[in-house]
Each structure stands twice: as structure tokens, then as C-alpha cells.
Design a protein around this ligand. Structure first.
Ligand code: BJW
Length: 262
């Protein structure tokens, strides 16, 4: 691995060889780390949600259904936290690039909607969103719907149509991702010139697999994280540091200072 030390960035692997053009397609794959500086906890690592193994079980279909009251309390607390969280400079820098006319798409594993709150309009939500709710009864004709009650009024939430327990419209472990969402993310990744992987441990699939798809499709790959990940070896550049600093810095370098990132 070739390491280059830089004055501006704490630790950079790679050669800064990507040149931005007019029609450059830029795709950002984001994970929990991009929202860490907004106060939303990550899953893995010190202080992460999955430090408590019993919480991991709640994020599986069987675990949630085994104790929907506990499941909803867990998700209600997270909704309360997310409701108070604001986009940080990393979310805002991505949105700013789109507003400046660059062809930006975000593929996010996050369920917090902070990319949209920052102003990004093209966001593919791989793991759904905590701000939608749906019935757990596969025979029920109700559709997922928006719910922004914070805190939730009744726990567990029950379907008004069939009386079954409701659940957050997120993708639990061992569940399939929506096939249309996967296709859209796959199509975009294959067309991408610059693929930026931000704040993900890169161990949850199929999400992490898009970085491999980008690699095979010839995209230039830049990773932003506070530590190396299993994806680091296939990235052209890895910039270590908090992405609220490194991402605006990277875009400033890429655009030659043409855009301001407040
Ligand atoms: C910063 C930073 C800063 C911090 N700046 N960086 C064995 C049994 C069962 C399943 C499997 C199995 N083996 C493999 C599987 C498949 C499984 C999987 O990949 N598991 C791996 C863990 C091994 N995948 C699935 O189950 C998926 N479905 C599937 O594959 O279906 C087919 C199938 C069916 C049946 C059996 C097997 C397969 C679905 C995955 C859904 C993931 N769901 C969750 C929960 C969503 C709801 C909720 O939030 O409660 O999604 S899990 C959790 O992980 C969440 C995240 O989106 C996802 C990824 O995490 P992420 O975003 O990478 O966060 P962290 O915390 O891991 O990392 C944060 C990073 O940020 C770190 O790197 C930090 O360094 C960094 N960071 N601050 C920059 N300031």
C-alpha cells in the first residue's frame, strides 16, 4: 500500500489523480459515520449501538417480532435522537455539490434522512427510513406511510386496517433489500466516474458490494473514514479523519476552490 503524508489531511493513501470534468458522475455511498458528527450513534466501534448484543437481535425480523414493545422502544429512542439531529458539514458539502450543478447521487445505508435534510434530492435509501412505518402482516393491503410522531404515542404501534403489529420501514438483518432499490443503486454505480465511500465499516452486504461494483466498472474510488476498513485495499484514495472536515476539503480540492463550503 502506497501512503502519502499530506499537510492538509491527516493520512492519505493514494495519488490525488482524479480530474473533475463537466459531466462527471459522482456517487456517494454513505454509512453511519457520516451522521456521527450530527450526534447519531454508529453501530460498530466504541459506543456503537451494537455494543449491546441484545439490540442487534432487535434489528432482525424474529427478534423484533419476539418483543415488539422492546423493539419499538429501541426505535422510538432513536427517532427522538434523530429528530434533534441536524445535517453536518459532510451532508451539506454533498448537497452543495449538487446545487452547484454536479451530477451527484447518494446511495445511503442510513435511515435518518439527514442527506435530504441537507438538500440532496437524489438519494437512494438502501435500508429504508425510520420515518416510515408499515404493517408486518404480508396479507394486509395497507402501504408504508410517513410517521413523524416523536415520541410515539402508542407502543407497539398497531395497524389501523388489520390490527397487526406495525414496524419501522427499515431493512433488518437477514431481510432482502428492495429489488428496485438494489437495481437503481447498481445501475448508477456502473455509470459512475467517481465513487466516494463515506463513514461505513464496509462489512454489511449487499451495501458494501457496490464499492466492488464501482471498482469493476472502472470508477475512481475515494474513501473517507476515521480508520481503514476492509474496503481500503480497493480504493484509489483513502482519507482518514472526521468526514465533516475531510469531505468539504476533498470537494474544495476537486473543484479547485470554485465552490465555497460553509
Ligand atoms: C466515521 C466517523 C466520522 C465514525 N467520519 N467516518 C450471517 C447471518 C445472517 C446474515 C448474514 C450472515 N452473513 C452475512 C449476512 C448478510 C448480512 C451481512 O452483511 N452481515 C454482515 C454483518 C456479516 N446482510 C443482511 O442481512 C442484508 N440482507 C441480506 O443479505 O439478505 C439476504 C440474506 C437473507 C438471510 C440470511 C442471509 C442473507 C440486510 C442488511 C441490513 C442491515 N441493517 C442494518 C440495520 C438497519 C435498521 C436499524 O438501523 O436498526 O443497517 S445493520 C446496520 O449496519 C445498519 C447499517 O446501515 C449497516 C451498515 O453499518 P455502517 O453504516 O457501515 O455503520 P458502522 O457503525 O458499521 O460503521 C461506521 C463507520 O463510520 C466506521 O467505519 C467508523 O470508523 C466510521 N466513522 N465516525 C468518518 N466522523
Amino acid at each position: 500500500m502506497e501512503d502519502l503524508m499530506s499537510e492538509e489531511e491527516p493520512w492519505v493513501k493514494g495519488k490525488h489523480s482524479f480530474k473533475l470534468g463537466k459531466g462527471t458522475k459522482i456517487t456517494v455511498l454513505s454509512g453511519a459515520g457520516i451522521s456521527a458528527e450530527s450526534g447519531v450513534p454508529t453501530f460498530r466501534g466504541p459506543g456503537g449501538l451494537w455494543d449491546d448484543e441484545s439490540l442487534v437481535k432487535l434489528a432482525t425480523p424474529r427478534g423484533f417480532m419476539a418483543d415488539p414493545v422492546r423493539g419499538w422502544r429501541f426505535y422510538d429512542e432513536r427517532r427522538q435522537n434523530m429528530a434533534q439531529s441536524q445535517p453536518n458539514p459532510a451532508h451539506r458539502a454533498i448537497a452543495r455539490m449538487e446545487q452547484a450543478g454536479y451530477d451527484m447521487v447518494v446511495i445511503t445505508q442510513n435511515i435518518d434522512r439527514l442527506h435530504q435534510a441537507a438538500g440532496s434530492s437524489r438519494v437512494i435509501e438502501l435500508h429504508g427510513t425510520l420515518w416510515e412505518i408499515r404493517c408486518t402482516n404480508p396479507a394486509c393491503v395497507s402501504r408504508p406511510f410517513e410517521n413523524h410522531d416523536v415520541p410515539l404515542k402508542d407502543i407497539p404501534l398497531v395497524c389501523g386496517l388489520c390490527g397487526s403489529v406495525m414496524r419501522p420501514n427499515v431493512v433488518f438483518f437477514e431481510e432482502m433489500l428492495d429489488s428496485h432499490v438494489i437495481s437503481e443503486a447498481d445501475r448508477r454505480t456502473k455509470q459512475t466516474d467517481l465513487f466516494i465511500v463515506v463513514g461505513t465499516s464496509g462489512i454489511v452486504y449487499p451495501a458494501a458490494g457496490f464499492t466492488h461494483v464501482a471498482r469493476m466498472s472502472g470508477a475512481y474510488i475515494v474513501e473517507m473514514n476515521i480508520e481503514p476498513t476492509p474496503l481500503t485495499p480497493i480504493c484509489d484514495e483513502t482519507v482518514l479523519g472526521p468526514c465533516g472536515e475531510t469531505l468539504p476539503g476533498f470537494f474544495t480540492r476537486l473543484t479547485g476552490g470554485e465552490i465555497g463550503f460553509p
